[in-house]
Design a protein around this ligand. Structure first.
Ligand code: ABN
Ligand code: CU
Length: 643
């Protein structure tokens, strides 16, 4: 069921953190077109809310509605950043970006690449050489070119990998045309060159998963119905959500997709802030196979493609089930028209097994309380893969960020009698899945019980004085500056990190805190000298901490597309700023090290990748003792046999 009963606060009056409406996007675009972007040749990469400054917002002052826009002039290839004052109706800032800076791709650039690749005589000839003449069945998949030491000479490039289908519904990823790559120049609208190396046979075996290929579905699974006869337990007012003790605002940007703002937990009647803003800030998928086509696959799906733009419209009963509240994602097409991704964000509650239990064996009584979580999610399709991103809020104040990676492997072709050591051979027909990583970075502007926070690394150590040999203890170490806070996880030390507020003490006079449990704490597997290691330096360490600075938004920099590296976290942290008792941003790198397995083919069962944030002395005790004992699913109607 879809919930649609929210009461809009003062219709037409947006909260300062509400994403731009369609009308606001159109207004911003009109203002730009009347001003510096008058020429037909301008394209709109993104038009989004320019979030108000934190100080103004905190002061409760009236804040102007402003738009941040990124534009490309196709005539000159130049890129621009603009700030539009929506109330004043003027362009308050217009900046040309340095030559070579390439904003993320726009959705219609994908189509353009495919259409024009198919028209190019060199491409047609290379395909014909491989016996492929039906261009309708050929797919050009527009990967970013990255940077491998060559000067792109200001051109905006795409690197199209080529696949072929047997028929329109056939999965192209079963049939990679290995050793054929088309470099497409978006600046000129022409194929720049093709890389046509040894034509090895295109794997012919199919890899289909559609019912029409798979055959009859099993019939032994009985229905599971999720019913909430009294409705969901959240209340939604515009983009503001209250659920159990949690409250927050939902945001959406083209670059990040779902954003959580002003996440707070109500404790004894007081809404205590935990995180001011949280989002997926970047991701990179580097491939470890040195084969010519594979070695250049390392997409930054957020920063190069704007992962929010690739959000799916979610379907009830398929993507999310239960009592659902959807939020739309509003973005722009390249001509500046507002584009609504309906139902881009889904929110619902899920039962989460037990939260706590104790059986008093002396008395023979048991107390059990059920857990539940609020799930706020979106799913993006980045060509072959799907990434489903979930924020889970739990009743006890813990928070999970979970990525479910699914979709289809990005495959490669080899001679059928060979087995590449750099991947998993998937069939006996020349198809393999190269080894790769999916590395994510989440940016969390923490506000643990107030603006000024500090971070400790907590390692468990064996003390020097250890006569019983049994001793071990957790030791806190304050991370004082940005450089000191560039850290890796260490399971041998049972390491975690604690974000504390020194000014707020709990019952035992210790600073209140949240801890970050470094699950799935992978880092880049490639050599530090690899170009991708330079471009994705955020992925070389798991933890980074910076003092909040308005423009420091993305860990590989504002524009990773074709970047040569060094932007973002590595540049900012050079200043080695103080991070003690400051307004802090914590950046956590984690991911999936994907050694491909046969079971990942032809469509990958979801792989769960995520991490937890848990209150750590934020409360004085378990905050969930007041949970009801009632349940509808036992004979007695409750989970308490206590007196
Ligand atoms: N995963 C890289 C990618 C994303 C979008 C389109 C093509 C390729
Ligand atoms: Cu993978």
């Amino acid at each position: 069921m879809t919930i649609n009963n929210e009461v809009e606060s003062a219709v037409g009056t947006a909260h300062p953190l509400d994403p731009l409406s369609r009308a606001e996007i159109s207004r911003a675009v009109a203002i730009l077109k009347e001003g510096p972007a008058a020429a037909e040749s301008f394209r709109f990469g993104s038009v989004e809310l320019r979030e108000p400054g934190k100080a103004e917002l905190r002061a409760g002052a009236a804040v102007a509605r402003e738009a941040d826009a990124v534009l490309i002039d196709r005539a000159s290839g130049a890129a621009f950043e603009a700030v539009v004052d929506l109330d004043g109706g003027l362009v308050s800032s217009w900046t040309q970006l340095a030559k070579g800076v390439q904003p993320p791709f726009m959705l219609d650039e994908f189509d353009e690449c495919e259409v024009n690749c198919k028209k190019d005589p060199r491409v047609i000839e290379a395909l014909a050489k491989r016996g492929l003449t039906d261009l309708d069945l050929v797919c050009f998949e527009p990967w970013s070119v990255g940077w491998f030491g060559e000067d792109a000479q200001g051109r905006r490039l795409m690197r199209a990998l080529v696949f072929v289908r047997d028929e329109p519904d056939d999965s192209p990823y079963a049939h990679p045309i290995e050793n054929l790559v088309v470099i497409y120049d978006l600046s000129s609208g022409q194929v720049a060159r093709i890389e046509d190396n040894e034509a090895i046979p295109v794997p012919a075996a199919r890899g289909n998963y559609l019912p029409k290929y798979v055959g009859e579905a099993r019939t032994d699974l009985k229905p599971i119905s999720i019913t909430q006869p009294e409705g969901a337990s959240f209340t939604v007012t515009g983009n503001h959500v209250r659920w159990a003790d949690w409250s927050f605002r939902v945001g959406f940007t083209p670059r990040e997709g779902l954003v959580l703002h002003q996440l707070k937990f109500r404790d004894q009647g007081v809404d205590r802030p935990v995180i001011n803003r949280a989002s997926l800030a970047e991701m990179v998928v580097p491939y470890g196979d040195p084969a010519p086509v594979q070695a250049k696959k390392n997409a930054f799906d957020s920063g190069e493609y704007n992962i929010g733009n690739m959000a799916n419209s979610l379907t009830l009963g398929c993507d999310c089930t239960g009592e659902i509240k959807y939020f739309d994602g509003i973005t722009t097409d390249s001509l500046g028209n507002p584009l609504t991704i309906e139902n881009a964000i889904c929110m619902h509650e899920e039962d989460d097994s037990i939260l706590w239990k104790h059986f008093d064996f002396r008395e023979g009584t048991a107390e059990t309380r059920r857990n539940r979580k609020l799930v706020i999610s979106f799913i993006a399709t980045v060509a072959n893969y799907e990434y489903a991103f979930y924020w889970h809020l739990f009743l006890d104040g813990s928070i999970e960020f979970l990525v479910k990676a699914t979709g289809i492997l990005s495959t490669a072709g080899q001679h059928p009698d060979q087995k590449s050591p750099y991947g998993q051979t998937l069939n006996n027909d020349g198809l393999y899945g190269p080894i790769h990583q999916h590395i994510f970075n989440v940016r969390m502007d923490f506000e643990v019980d107030g603006v000024n926070n500090s971070v400790y690394e907590v390692d468990t150590v064996i003390p020097e004085h250890n006569p019983t040999f049994t001793a071990f203890k957790a030791v806190d170490r304050l991370l004082e500056t940005e450089q000191a806070a560039i850290r890796k996880a260490d399971t041998s030390k049972h390491r975690f990190w604690k974000i504390v507020n020194h000014a707020k003490k709990n019952i035992v006079d210790e600073p209140v805190a949240y801890r970050l449990i470094p699950d799935n704490a992978i880092t880049l597997a490639a050599d530090d000298r690899a170009h991708v290691s330079q471009r994705a330096q955020f992925a070389r360490n798991n933890l980074w901490v910076t003092p909040y600075t308005r423009d420091e938004r993305f860990p590989a920099g504002e524009y990773p597309n074709q970047s040569t590296g060094g932007d973002g976290l590595p540049a900012w942290t050079q200043a080695d700023r103080n991070i003690v008792d400051q307004d802090l941003v914590v950046w956590y790198t984690f991911g999936m090290h994907h050694v491909v397995r046969l079971e990942d083919w032809p469509v990958m069962p979801r792989q769960n990748i995520g991490f937890m944030l848990e209150p750590h002395g934020f409360f004085n005790q378990n905050p969930t003792l007041n949970l009801p004992t009632e349940t509808t699913t036992t004979d007695t109607g409750h989970c308490s046999t206590g007196k």
